[in-house]
Ligand binder design. Structure first.
Ligand code: NAD
Ligand code: MG
Length: 400
């Protein structure tokens, strides 16, 4: 069997983007695979983008930051500005192509929609797209007959385990595993005052800054519960979360007969990335293998919802529906930036997301404009509340 595919990679300079290129380098050496990279998109790391384009012979690229773009020397076609990833897709995507969506945040939504409209399958890492705009993205993908194949390790695990059944009615529930992040076992007060350096030090996964903070705050698990709700069409009471600090079991599917299927493997994103790219086939992988000789036990524990409230908030967001996901996601994006910039305490992330959910009326979603409006309203509210905050980090203003 020969698999051939044209690939557009959006977010190529990030953690998932670079791992995707490693997978492509590995796949070049495999006999039955012919994956051709035809487009690359990034936010701001222009020089790396150009080097990637050179290595893979790509002559159409996109870059969101126009100042960076102005300093670049590129012979091919370069789309520039906030809408550049969408423009790249609109310019080159054809039905049957694969778009790897690895932009971080709701900035990735319009390129995913353009890829669906062009008839491309999506290997989706950009979970914020589903959290904010799942009610637009999923029906549009179904209408257009394209597949959304998850890259997120937990959702890849569930996607793989779902091949153990031939009807969605046979699923009782899914159980998403969480590593617990760097603050597992800590009490509420020390977590609230954690520094960016502590929050960025993830015990098992090496990832981009935003998702690392999300993992520490448990917002990542909250986003993943909402992502799973859209991908697998399940209500919140059939999506459980369990802490598994080793990150070897990537998630479970429990069936009505009591059988539980799990997908396992060492924590390496190249495995789910490659699966999403070669699906429904499996090809020789390039990740580490399980070391069965050193594995002695698998550990599970319950999530402490008092210290980490976001998963409960995610259930609320699913129940609310409409624009709640867009509000939840955008508030978190602004709060994470503010935390990384030293403007708020770590505990301020939860507080600000809560305030956005309480302060902005949830509306029905008819078009993508409804999502964009909710996203903007949440960003504005959070920025305003940050301005009003008295409980700033101790170092703030000391040198001023
Ligand atoms: P990252 O910060 O390392 O990379 C983000 C990429 O998006 C970069 O290439 C950046 O240039 C680009 N980008 C940022 N803003 C942009 C914009 N406005 N327009 C165009 N491009 C822009 O992030 P990451 O860790 O690779 O994560 C990417 C996505 O994958 C996130 O949604 C994350 O939640 C998800 N994800 C990541 C991992 C992981 O292990 N890193 C695991 C599961 C899911
Ligand atoms: Mg994940």
């Amino acid at each position: 069997m020969h698999v051939s595919r044209r690939v557009i990679l959006l977010g190529s300079t990030g953690s998932i983007g670079e791992s995707t290129l490693d997978v492509m380098r590995h796949m070049r050496a495999l006999p039955d695979l012919d994956f051709e990279l035809i487009g690359l998109g990034a936010g701001s790391r222009g020089q790396e983008l150009i080097e990637q384009a050179r290595e893979f012979g790509v002559d159409e690229i996109s870059i969101a930051d126009s100042e960076v773009a102005a300093s670049l020397d590129f012979q091919g076609t370069m789309h520039v500005g906030p809408g550049s990833a969408r423009e790249l897709v609109e310019s080159i995507a054809k039905p049957g192509d694969l778009v790897v969506a690895a932009i971080v945040g709701s900035a990735g939504i319009d390129a995913v929609l353009a890829a669906i409209d062009a008839g491309c399958d999506i290997a989706l890492a950009n979970k914020e797209t589903l959290v904010a705009a799942g009610s637009i993205v999923m029906p549009r993908a179904a209408e257009r007959g394209v597949h959304i194949i998850p890259v997120d390790s937990e959702h890849s695990a569930i996607y793989q385990c779902l091949r153990g059944s031939d009807s969605d009615r046979e699923i009782r529930r899914i159980v998403i595993t969480a590593s617990g992040g760097p603050f597992r076992g800590r009490d509420r007060e020390t977590v609230r005052e954690a520094t960016p350096e502590e929050a960025l030090a993830h015990p098992t996964w090496d990832m981009g800054q935003k998702i690392s903070i999300d993992s520490a705050s448990m917002m990542n698990k909250a986003l993943e519960v909402i992502e799973a709700h859209w991908l697998f069409d399940l209500p919140s009471d059939r999506i459980e979360v369990i802490v598994h600090p080793q990150s070897i079991v990537h998630s479970f599917v429990e069936y009505v007969d009591g059988s539980v299927l799990a997908q396992m493997g060492p924590p390496d994103m190249k495995t789910p990335i490659q699966y999403a790219m070669t699906w429904p086939h499996r090809m020789d992988g390039c990740s580490d293998r399980m070391d069965w000789k050193s594995l002695q036990s698998l550990v599970f524990e319950q999530l402490d919802h008092d210290v980490f409230p976001p998963v409960d908030m995610a259930r609320e967001v699913i129940e609310l529906g409409g624009t709640a996901g867009a509000i939840f996601n955008a508030a978190n994006e602004v709060a994470v930036e503010a935390f990384l910039g030293g403007e708020i305490l770590f505990g301020g992330i939860h507080d600000l997301v809560r305030q956005a959910l309480d302060g902005i009326p949830v509306k029905q979603v008819h078009t993508i404009n409804d999502i964009e409006e909710a996203d903007s309203a949440a960003r504005a509210l959070v920025r305003e509340r940050i301005g009003d905050m008295v409980n700033r980090p101790a170092t703030m203003g000391e040198d001023k």
